[in-house]
Design a protein around this ligand. Structure first.
Ligand code: PMP
Ligand code: GLU
Length: 396
C-alpha cells in the first residue's frame, strides 16, 4: 500500500502537463506549448564543452556530498561579485536542481506542526514540499490589482508562535512579479524581529526587465543575512534544466544539516554537470544577456496581444518568462459541448479547441488565472496568440 504521505500529495501540475504534451506529440498532434517552465534555448556551447572535458578528465566519480569545492568557491565569488556578500564554501550546498535544494531546506529546518508562510500565487511544489516535511503551509494571497506585490502587512498578520519560515520567490513563478527592495527590507525586519527564516528562491534572478534588478534578500543587512537561505540554480539563467544543478547558500549550521540529509538520500549531484556549472557561473554573461533580451522581446509582444483581446487582461510582469492573465470573465460560458467553469476547464478547453497548452492557475493557488510561458519561438507565440483569440471569442 502507498504511504499516507504520498497519498496526501498532489502531483506536480507543471510536470503532468509536460507529460501530456509529450504524449500528444507522440501521437502526431501538434500543440503549441505555453506550459513549459524552462528556457527553450540550448545550453551555451562553452558550458557543454566543459562537460565533455570533465568526462575526458575522468571527473566521473562522486564528489563531496555538498558538491565540488571549486564549484562552491565559484558560487561564493558570484555572491561577492553580484551582491558584495561574503560566503565561504561551508555556507554552500550544491544539489540535483533547486528543487532538491528546496526539499533539503524544508527537511532540515521544519519540525512536525511548524508553519511556513507561502505568499500566493506560488510555484506548484512549495506546498507539497512543506507537507512532506510535516510542516503546515500557511497561504497568504497577494493582490492581482497590485501586480502581486509582496504585501508585508498581510504577512505580518499570518505570523504565529509556530511560524518557522517564509518561502518567497522573486522574480516570481507564476506571476513574473519582482518584489521591491522596500517590501523585502520590511519582510527581513519582520523575520529578525519574530525569529523566523526567509527561504528566498531567486532562481529567475537573471531574467529581469525594464531596468529592475534582483534584490538579494541576504544582502539587505547582516541580521537579515543570518536568517536567510538563498536558493538558486543553473536551470533558468543558463538554459540547463536537464543538467540538474541547484544550490543553497546560508548559515553554515543549516547548510550542514541540509548536506547531512543529502548525504543520506542522494550522495552528491552529477559530477560533470557540476564541473560545467563552474564555467556557467564564471564565463557566460554574454549568453545570458542574449537569452534575456529575447525573452524581453517576446514578453512585449505577448502582453500587447493578450491585452488586445476582449475580456482578458494581464499586467506587465518585470521578470521570469511567465504571464498570468485573469480569465474569470469566461467562467460559466460555453462553446458547443464545452462549458468553462474554472481555470482547469479553461486549460482543457484551450488544449482541445485551440491546441495550445497552458497551465491552470489553480495549481498555483490562482483560480481566476492561467499561466502562459513565453519560452517559445516568436513564430509559435504569434500563432498561439491567434489561436487563443479565436478560441476565446467562441465562448458565449
Ligand atoms: N523554483 C522555481 C520557482 C521554479 O520555477 C523551478 C523550476 N522548476 C525551481 C525552483 C526548480 O528548478 P530546478 O530544480 O530545475 O533547479
Ligand atoms: N519550474 C517549471 C514550471 O513551473 C518547471 C516544472 C517544474 O519543475 O515544476 O513549469
Amino acid at each position: 500500500m502507498i504511504s499516507k504521505r504520498i497519498k496526501n500529495m498532489t502531483p506536480s501540475a507543471t510536470l503532468e502537463q509536460s507529460a501530456k504534451m509529450a504524449e500528444l506529440k507522440k501521437q502526431g498532434i501538434q500543440v503549441i506549448g505555453f506550459n513549459v517552465g524552462e528556457p527553450d534555448f540550448n545550453t551555451p556551447i562553452n558550458i557543454i564543452q566543459k562537460a565533455e572535458e570533465a568526462y575526458q578528465l575522468g571527473l566521473t566519480r562522486y564528489t563531496p556530498a555538498a558538491g565540488m569545492i571549486e564549484l562552491r568557491e565559484e558560487i561564493c565569488k558570484k555572491f561577492k561579485k553580484d551582491y558584495g556578500l561574503d560566503y565561504t564554501p561551508k555556507d554552500v550546498v550544491v544539489s540535483s536542481g533547486a528543487k532538491q535544494s528546496l526539499t533539503n531546506v524544508f527537511m532540515a529546518i521544519i519540525d512536525p506542526g511548524e508553519e511556513v508562510i507561502v505568499p500566493t500565487p506560488c510555484w506548484v511544489s512549495y506546498v507539497e514540499m512543506i507537507k512532506l516535511a510535516e510542516g503546515i503551509p500557511v497561504l497568504v494571497s497577494l493582490d492581482e490589482k497590485d501586480g502581486f506585490r509582496l504585501d508585508v502587512d498581510k504577512i505580518r498578520k499570518s505570523i504565529t508562535e509556530k511560524t518557522k519560515a517564509i518561502i518567497i520567490n522573486s522574480p516570481n513563478n507564476p506571476t513574473g512579479a519582482v518584489y521591491s527592495e522596500e517590501d523585502l527590507r520590511q519582510l527581513g525586519q519582520l523575520a529578525v524581529e519574530h525569529d523566523f527564516y526567509i527561504i528566498s528562491d531567486e532562481i529567475y534572478e537573471k531574467l529581469i526587465y525594464d531596468g529592475e534588478r534582483n534584490i538579494c534578500v541576504a544582502a539587505l543587512s547582516p541580521a537579515i543575512k543570518a536568517k536567510t537561505i538563498t536558493i538558486n540554480g543553473m536551470s533558468k539563467a543558463y538554459a540547463m534544466t536537464g543538467w540538474r544543478i541547484g544550490y543553497a547558500v546560508g548559515p553554515a549550521q543549516i547548510i550542514k544539516a541540509m548536506t547531512d540529509y543529502q548525504g543520506n538520500t542522494t550522495t552528491s549531484p552529477n559530477t560533470p554537470a557540476q564541473y560545467a556549472s563552474i564555467e556557467a557561473l564564471a564565463n557566460s554573461e554574454g549568453s545570458v544577456e542574449i537569452m534575456r533580451l529575447e525573452f524581453y522581446r517576446r514578453r512585449k509582444y505577448i502582453i500587447d496581444r493578450i491585452n488586445a483581446i476582449e475580456n482578458i487582461h494581464c499586467s506587465t510582469p518585470k521578470g521570469a518568462f511567465y504571464v498570468m492573465p485573469n480569465v474569470s470573465y469566461f467562467y460559466g460560458r460555453k462553446y458547443k459541448n464545452f462549458t468553462v467553469n474554472n481555470s482547469l476547464d479553461m486549460a482543457n478547453y484551450l488544449l482541445e479547441e485551440a491546441k495550445i497548452a497552458v497551465v491552470t492557475g489553480a495549481a498555483f493557488e490562482a483560480p481566476e488565472n492561467i499561466r502562459i510561458s513565453y519560452s517559445n519561438s516568436m513564430d509559435n507565440i504569434i500563432e498561439g496568440m491567434n489561436r487563443l483569440e479565436v478560441a476565446l471569442s467562441k465562448l458565449k
